[in-house]
Design a protein around this ligand. Structure first.
Ligand code: F6R
Length: 629
């Protein structure tokens, strides 16, 4: 939530890099806008003063404001794009917030939990607050501390002031500050919220993630928890909240700016749906040898410990939790380890049973989801081993986990997750197969066969994409639908819930996913004449008469007037008689089918929402990276 950018350009005497802080910060905000788009703002230091502009609504509103009222050229600036927590999405509540008589500008991501008591204290000192935000309280506190450092000729020290302020702040925060008296410095702090440093040549950057500065450098530095970083054009100094020097870990960003562009598609979401063959392929690549032996080298948990795991708990939220639910079917089947999937925020606050034989598998695209981070921390405290499945290099959850299995989906910009979901399922399958290999639950030949099936998935997704016109047309024709239901069994159940979530978040209509077998226990009462119902049908070649059961469920809803739309495997003629529309997906083993059956549901939601004229990349009320609890 909230995107943050900071920049300091060349210092006196160096070759001019030609970058104006305003341009760098605006470009960073454009790339980070997916993190929140309730308002945007920017502040620069020029000619010994702070100048700032801020505007509610999307970044385009701020850009219009800047055209009407330009900011001066500058080498030092900060910018913010907001997902509102404290105070509505108004101009006044937008960041930056100013303090110290307008000489200090602060932006913030997170929630200051003790803001009320600090505010009271500052009001008593005479501070007049203009907004409803907790950020303005942090700015006023920092300003107060800074001003108290200034005596006669002795100047203030923004880094020191930030350290002292952070010692008083509770909650989650990334804070960036600039001060008119220190024009070539940006000071930042982080606790439980993301912040990365970008290393340039004669210029340095700060961003909520690397996309904030990817146009300028691929050299990034991870910051640890409770750290403060001070950047100038030539230096990056990191300390803890008490001033003790600390080290950051440098890494190379291996995706290029072009992969974070739309690539000719009308939206990031459509592009990312089309990236899916590659997202799965890249996630599989280099993870097994020619004999089909899994070589998950990055999984640094002692194999002996993994052999003794007697329970797996998958922790995630939203779409990532549905990936976890798919994984449960595969992991239990392949490894015979009891596997629970729990929403991170529910797990964390219910006194769960976790010990050193529990393996926690967290799944997070961003690696910053606060609910999941807190749940992982809690599980670690209880002695569990933690593995993170994550798409964002260097983010907090993998950093705090014992091991990480990265998904290689590339940057996911659209707020609604698509390619990360398929990559998460793929990575979870790899983890399941690795555990089965390690614990001897499967013969090597069986693992090799499953891997061979997995390797065929990218081409099969491509075939679905090549035939997307039919599902797009259906989506467009249903723009007036008020409610759509989704049914599935076995791995088709989480797929149904994911299909419903995509429709809710993109098209703002009522959509629900049910286990098809649960229908008769209540939800069937929702069915009336013309109610659209998607049914995800398992392969007729699968086990346990699953297919026949789902076909019966289709008949049950159809008998009550539902308009049935069926996702079935090629060659499944049996479903035709009961379906108004059938979308065929290529043959694949039942456990792997979610990697295919999800795709038409994504395309349907995209087409329906686009037909309604909605912004599919930035749906209302949402943000990509949910860094508050
Ligand atoms: C839905 C969606 C969200 C995320 C959830 C978890 O399309 O994107 O439900 O899946 O907020 O986010 P991560 O995976 O970053 O932890």
């Amino acid at each position: 939530m909230c995107g943050i950018v900071g920049y300091v350009g060349h210092s006196a005497g160096r070759v001019n890099t030609g970058h104006n802080a305003l341009d760098v910060v605006l470009e960073g905000l454009r790339r980070l806008e997916y993190r929140g788009y309730d308002s945007a703002g920017i502040a620069v230091v020029a000619d010994g003063t702070i100048s700032s502009r801020k505007k509610s609504g999307k970044l385009s509103n701020l850009i219009a404001e800047l055209e009407a009222s330009p900011l001066p050229d500058s080498l030092t600036g900060i910018g913010h794009t907001r997902w509102a927590t404290h105070g509505g999405p108004t101009d006044l509540n937008a960041h930056p917030h100013l303090a110290d008589e307008g000489k200090l500008a602060v932006i913030h991501n997170g929630i200051i939990e003790n803001f009320a008591e600090l505010k009271l204290e500052l009001v008593r000192k005479g501070v007049d607050f203009k907004s409803e935000t907790d950020t303005e309280v942090a700015a006023a506190l920092l300003g107060d501390i800074y001003r108290n450092q200034v005596h006669g000729s002795s100047k203030g020290d923004l880094t020191k002031a930030m350290q002292l302020a952070c010692q008083r702040l509770e909650g989650a925060f990334t804070l960036l500050a600039i001060h008119a008296d220190q024009p070539d410095v940006v000071v930042a702090a982080r606790r439980n919220s993301p912040l990365v440093v970008g290393l340039g040549d004669g210029e340095n950057f700060l961003g909520s993630d690397v996309s904030g500065f990817i146009d300028y450098t691929r050299r990034a530095v991870e910051l640890g928890q409770d750290q403060i970083v001070t950047i100038t054009a030539d230096t990056v100094e990191i300390t803890d909240f008490y001033g003790a020097p600390a080290e950051g870990k440098e890494y190379h960003v291996d995706w290029d700016p072009a992969s974070a562009e739309k690539g000719g598609f009308p939206s990031f979401m459509e592009k990312e749906i089309h990236d899916q063959p590659d997202a799965v392929l890249q996630t599989l690549l280099g993870r097994s040898d020619v004999n089909g032996r899994l070589t998950l080298d990055e999984l640094r948990v002692d194999p002996e410990l993994l052999k003794h795991v007697d329970k797996i708990i998958v922790l995630a939220c939203g779409t990532s939790a549905y990936a976890g639910q798919v994984a449960k079917y595969a992991i239990e089947h392949w490894c015979r380890i009891p596997t629970e999937v729990e929403l991170s925020h529910e797990f964390r606050y219910r006194d769960p049973i976790v010990d050193e034989n529990t393996l926690i598998v967290s799944i997070s695209q961003s690696g910053e989801t606060m609910d999941t981070l807190m749940a992982v921390r809690y599980a670690k405290e209880q002695g569990a081993k933690t593995v993170s499945i994550c798409n964002t290099n260097g983010s907090t959850i993998p950093r705090e986990s014992d091991a990480v299995l990265y998904t290689h989906a590339g940057p996911e910009i659209a707020v609604a997750s698509t390619k990360a979901f398929l990559a998460q399922i793929t990575a979870a399958y790899l983890l399941g197969l690795y555990l089965a290999q390690l614990r001897g639950n499967k013969f090597q030949g069986e693992i090799k066969d499953i891997l061979a099936d997995l390797n065929k998935i990218p081409a099969k997704i491509q075939r679905i994409l090549d035939n997307e016109a039919q599902i797009k047309e259906l989506g467009q024709s249903m723009a007036d639908a008020k409610s759509v239901l989704f049914l599935g069994r076995h791995v088709g159940f989480p797929v149904a819930m994911e299909g419903a979530l995509k429709l809710k978040e993109l098209a703002y209509i009522h959509a629900e996913g049910f286990a098809a077998g649960e229908l008769k226990h209540g939800p069937i009462a929702l069915i009336e004449e013309g109610q659209p119902v998607f049914v995800v049908v398992p392969s007729p070649r699968g086990r346990d008469s699953l297919h026949a059961k789902v076909v019966s469920n289709i008949q049950e809803v159809r008998a009550r007037g539902a308009k049935t739309i069926v996702i079935a495997e090629e060659g499944d003629e049996a479903v035709k008689a009961y379906a108004e529309h059938v979308f065929y997906i290529p043959e694949t083993p039942t456990l792997l089918a979610p990697l295919l059956s999800t795709v038409p549901l994504q395309i349907f939601a995209l087409a329906l929402a686009s037909a309604k004229g909605y912004d599919v990349d930035q749906p209302r009320n949402l943000a990509k990276s949910v860094t508050v609890e």
